[in-house]
Design a protein around this ligand. Sequence first.
Ligand code: FEO
Length: 401
Amino acid sequence: MENLLSVPIKNDIYYIGTNDRKTELFEGMWPLPKGVAYNSFLVKGEKNVLFDLVRVNTIDSYVEKINEIIGEGEKIDYIMINHMEPDHTSSIKSILEIYPDAKLVTNKKAVAMLNNFYEITDNIIEVKDGETLELGDKKYTFYMTPMVHWPESMVAYEETTKTLFSQDIFGGFGTLDGGIFDDQIEYDAHYHEETTRYFINIVGKYAAQALKALNKLSGLEIELICPDHGPIWREDPKKIIDIYTSLAKQETVDGCVVIYGSMYGNTEMMAEAVARGLSEGGLKNIKVRDITKTSNSYLLSDIWRYKGVIIGSCSYDNNLFPPMDYLMTEVSHQRMKNNYWGIFGSYSWSGGALKTLKKYMEDGKYDVLDTQLEIQGAATEEEIKKLIEFGKEMAAKILNK
Ligand code: FEO
């Protein structure tokens, strides 16, 4: 049958992924303005093998794609489960109803999850780290990549085609709109930001494990990367490997993000003065973010990438402004290590914001500037000058002057 919905990739490997433009938030918390693709692959041959599945809300078009390749009524012999998160496995029970004889290939940790999530206990082949399975003319070796993104995560390397089925690793947000390969899209313009945000939001806190996984895979000769999200890499797989390696190392750029929380504009005015100081200090890459208008998804992404981070918050009920408190809690989960931090606070009668920010700085053992301004009400002219100087101090630290 002609491939109208599915896309041939190489040597009987087909792309059969789906696009989700309806879901607003990935994992219920990360915005999806450009949607997300659930990639899945079918290797047709002596044995028909599926690689990961799709989220159940897109199953109809998924099954049509499988039928297009193998024909309705034909069987799937194996389903490789590289990762158990439901964005890939929530369709599994429906798929097993259509292909009841399919054997599930996965690892010990995923076996327990199959039972916990879906009460599936039969027809499972358990593989170990480094184990190879020969299926027809294809030879798959499995490598465990714990915590990238879940404890049971693993990848599969197909030797004859030099293909890496990498599950979440090398993935990113954004649907695949027509083009699915790196050479068919404008990656830098349309996907790079979304890959970065995906990594930082989803995998960021496990960056050390991600680096370990990347090192583990570095000995493989890879010609094709088939991740579970984002483009398929066939022209320049090294590009996405380098992008992921840089992110896993939390390599920062010489710039500063100023994130403020303000109820009536006084703290905002302070943030403007700090940004002015950053600029006067010679810094060009400056971003000012209003926490009430920006999802933590983007703020965490900025913090990960900018060498300088300045947090300014008003006080609320003798404490930190609640949206800022939520952000700082998220930051403390991320274990970022390559930033210079600056903090300032404002209050109306008895403080609270700066005290809590200091506590976050101490607990996280962050490299924070000693200058920590706390201002009552609206900043005076003298205080504005101090805020500008504070910005200059941060610029000098970032630029190593
Ligand atoms: Fe795409 Fe961690 O699931």
